[in-house]
Design a protein around this ligand. Structure first.
Ligand code: HSE
Length: 405
């Protein structure tokens, strides 16, 4: 029997306990041993909870129990979670986590510590929630030179954009409703400003390149300025609007990564990923595009991915390691040189001046009203586009990048 400690008895932590309990037979068969919740670390007490007697407030109790071989860090943050993870790995205990902030920031270092101490640091649940993504990238697509990853990696923003599209509602209204339903946090910045998706694409990019991709250097835009007017044009263009996180790996190993809302053509597979679901396209040089789809968030899907890692640790005796990800810094391509097609909205009164400023591909007649018009540019460099866009000041009303089907 292996004792498992769960750090944090919140949504994911209680899910991990539930999966271990409800699927104990399947889990034991696959792990080759029975797995039991030994401790739950939390600042709070949970009187009346069937696991109340397992709750401890001092991490040292867990650290000093030699029977605890696997720790699930599902408390979040990069403070105590980092210290506890380090200490557990240094004590030879494997750690499985859903904490993308910690993985994005310290993944390379924690993997190194795990290797040095003969244990594992696994984080399948940190990207794409319940969707198997890291294991396939590291263990299945191994014959590939991976060229790109493009995904909808944040369930909250996908839910908000889907509702705005279907109901014609504005951003603030939908966010409020999502918060009432518990789909969005009370402090939604990490999701709506794109930081959560940024951390996830940083993790995937680091795994693919084997070098550390610093999330802080990834160009990141959120969804807070998307309006019902944008959706009117999107509909006219046969597109939906999605917050995409993408990473392209160049021949020389450098990475172009960004997080931003895109107009996605309806025929593109990511256009059909709605509500809280996530979808990720991984492009290899031999296989082409492989798509992963499923619940990117939520208690049981995320917990299921954490427990799958726990099983891997139990089976491998601590030798389960995702592909190499070293501390060496990846080289990030200059984002101002990345090429995109842009959709621009502008005032009808300034039509001539605005059209003259860009290489125009096609105009879009939309329901936006007589006051404004829209057009697609030809593919152009981010830097060139930004210079022109800024010069036009309030003649332009908005811009959004475009992904063809
Ligand atoms: N806030 C995240 C999301 C949770 O909405 O996708 C899962 O990482």
């Amino acid at each position: 029997m292996i004792k498992v400690a769960v750090l944090g008895y919140g949504t994911v932590g209680s899910g991990v306990v539930e999966v271990l309990e409800k699927n104990c037979k399947q889990v034991a068969e696959k792990a080759g041993e029975e797995l039991q919740v030994g401790y739950i670390l939390d600042l709070r007490d949970f009187p009346g909870d069937p696991y109340a007697h397992k709750v401890v407030h001092d991490f040292q109790v867990i650290l000093q129990d030699a029977e605890v071989r696997i720790v699930c860090e599902v408390m979040g943050g990069v403070g105590a979670a980092y210290q506890f993870t380090r200490q557990a790995l240094e004590a030879g205990k494997s750690v499985c986590t859903s904490n993308k902030e910690l993985v994005a920031k310290y993944g390379a270092e924690l993997l190194e510590i795990a290797r040095e101490h003969g244990c594992s640091y696994l984080f399948e649940a940190s990207v794409g929630g319940g969707i198997p993504l890291i294991r396939p990238i590291c263990n299945a697509l191994t014959a590939e030179r991976l060229l790109a990853v493009t995904g909808i990696l944040n369930g909250t923003t996908n839910y908000i954009l889907t509702k705005m599209d279907r109901e014609g509602a504005d951003y603030g209204e939908v966010l409020e409703k999502a918060q009432e339903l518990g789909y969005a946090e009370r402090s939604p910045e990490a999701d709506v400003e794109g930081h959560d998706a940024c951390r996830k694409i940083a993790i995937l990019s680091s795994l693919i390149t084997g070098k550390h991709v610093d999330a802080g250097q990834i160009h990141t835009e959120g969804i807070t300025s998307i309006t019902p007017g944008d959706f009117a044009y999107a509909r006219a263009a046969g597109c939906s609007i999605k917050l995409l996180a993408s990473s392209r790996i160049q021949e020389d190993g450098s990475v172009y990564a960004c997080v931003a809302p895109f107009l996605v053509e309806a025929s593109h597979p990511l256009a059909a990923v709605n509500d809280v679901f996530n979808g990720v396209l991984v492009t290899g040089n031999m296989v082409g595009d492989v798509m992963f789809y499923g619940p990117g968030a939520g208690k049981l899907p995320t917990a299921s991915a954490v427990v799958a890692d726990v099983i891997d640790c139990a089976k491998s005796g601590g030798g389960a390691t995702p592909c190499g990800w070293t501390r060496e810094a990846a080289s990030l391509g200059n984002f101002s040189q990345a090429e995109h097609v842009f959709f621009v909205r502008a005032r009808e009164a300034d039509r001539e001046a605005v059209l003259a400023a860009f290489p125009v591909d096609r105009l879009l007649e939309a329901e936006g009203g007589a006051e404004d018009f829209g057009f697609f540019t030809k593919a152009m460099e981010e830097g060139t586009f930004a210079d022109q866009y800024e010069k036009l000041g309030n003649k332009v009303l908005g811009r959004i990048r475009y992904l063809a089907g």
